[in-house]
Ligand binder design. Sequence first.
Ligand code: ATP
Ligand code: MG
Ligand code: MG
Length: 554
Amino acid sequence: EAPKSLNFIEHIVEEDLKTGFPKEKLRFRFPPEPNGYLHIGHASSICLNFGLGLNYDSPVNLRFDDTNPAKEEQEYVDAIKEDVRWLGYQWDKECYASDYFQQLYDWAIMLINKGLAYVDSQSSEEMAKQKGTPTEPGTNSPFRNRSITENLELFDKMKQGDFEEGSHVLRAKIDMKSSNMLMRDPIIYRILHRAHHRTNTAWCIYPMYDWAHGESDYIEQVSHSFCTLEFAMHRELYDWFLDQVYDDGKVRPKQREFARRNFSHTVVSKRKLLQLVESGIVTGWDDPRMPTISGLRRRGYTAESIRNFVDTIGIAKRDNVVDVSLLEFHVREHLNKVSPRVMAVLNPVKVVITNYPEGQVEWLDAENNPEDEAAGNREVPFSRELFIEKEDFREEANKKFFRLKLGGEVRLKNGYIIKAESCTKDTDGNIMEIQCTYDPKSKSGSGTEESLRRVKGTLHWVSIEHAVPAEVRIYDRLFLDETPDAYKDRDFMEFINSNSLKTVTGYVEPSLKSSKVGDKFQFQRLGYFNIDLDSTPENMVFNKTVGLRDTWAK
Ligand code: ATP
Ligand code: MG
Ligand code: MG
């Protein structure tokens, strides 16, 4: 295999190693906030960080950025762990920003003592007014010059729970005239009378992201802290905070940024995905239409296909939109290699083979996967009455129609050549039954001259008597617009596709009865399907993962 060229993030690490950073001190982290389930955008960050870990044989921490108890839950922590593992990665340490609350508090006291932090008792509106604009400097808070003693006292009372939410904050004292607005005395603590999913009610002041993130990296001795571009302006603050606590000899974490990934016809923001869940538009975070890792898994995506996709799109320096059909391409490619072929009919019409003996059943030999010899063979039952797809029959059709028409022949996959002789219709003209005859000598694989006879079309089918009825869920895109959340004046919810789920009763061959949740198949000529979580032996449920080829109308 040719060596893969490095992306610009990998170049940063390579450069650091070349200029003397010791390889054994490399450490990375993936830092989700447990305020929702992971989505396909996160997969980029996961593969990047854990990929670096694998390349350099370095530890990667799974760090929960759990500093906002208003939005975070244990359910999300559990789901995130499951998803990272499922994607194929193993973290070194499982860490929580909340484990550092005491250390962060102690450092905040140190900042106050150094004259680098103060309690501001203004409303958030007043503070916002003093922030200035990118071109105009901000103005100092009237509380900026509080004495160290008073600051220590007030901060202690904030911690003791003596104050209401919003009445006081702790701010870093940096520079209200900085050209970087984020350096204009950023808030580092706010009061939140909220129980935290891990620290419960031990704290009622919580550190802000900027204060917690870099210091957490430092505590864990993370060497490279990769985040998305919206944090580029935060880097100066990240470094300023590190300056205050850094000790010689320690690893000094380095923040670098890469582009957030967006995907066509969906949204990847936990806040928006939560809105879809809460509004009932989807059945949950793992609804197969969701761009979440758990939704894709339930839909039938494989971890390998997601990793291959992420690898193909690479790491970018600028924000852009990736076409989801590329993700579909990768799952199709992987499922083609690994999924057994089976027969299912989703829109059935009855075929009666009039010259086939009544009551006779033959078990035909069928190859499980032409792409994989080891997959072996199975038997499928053949009998006088079958289902084929409605679309596979026409009374009359031109020469380009290679399926079944009156007077024409087709081969039934793994079976015989049949000829349509007549059909019966209901009063509305719907075809109710097709009467056919079969050529008894044409059985596939029998070696006879007739079995080798070439006919243009091959159809999939199921024996009515043996077929298992199943609920089959067929999905369309969740949003009609390519970039539903890219409009300033329109809400992404306006673009919901109200027909994103279609449920049909299909008939699957009986070999599928013994399969279990998550099992994946190619329904021949129809696409890739898997067994849904809702499936039971009595009521089987399948999801369509993806079609056999890209059929989205452009
Ligand atoms: P969201 O808006 O979905 O909540 P977030 O960035 O707030 O996204 P985090 O839980 O903080 O979500 O993300 C964990 C890591 O994954 C961060 O380093 C973040 O930059 C990265 N990440 C999140 N979304 C994407 C994306 N769409 N593309 C690439 N990386 C992403
Ligand atoms: Mg977020
Ligand atoms: Mg975040």
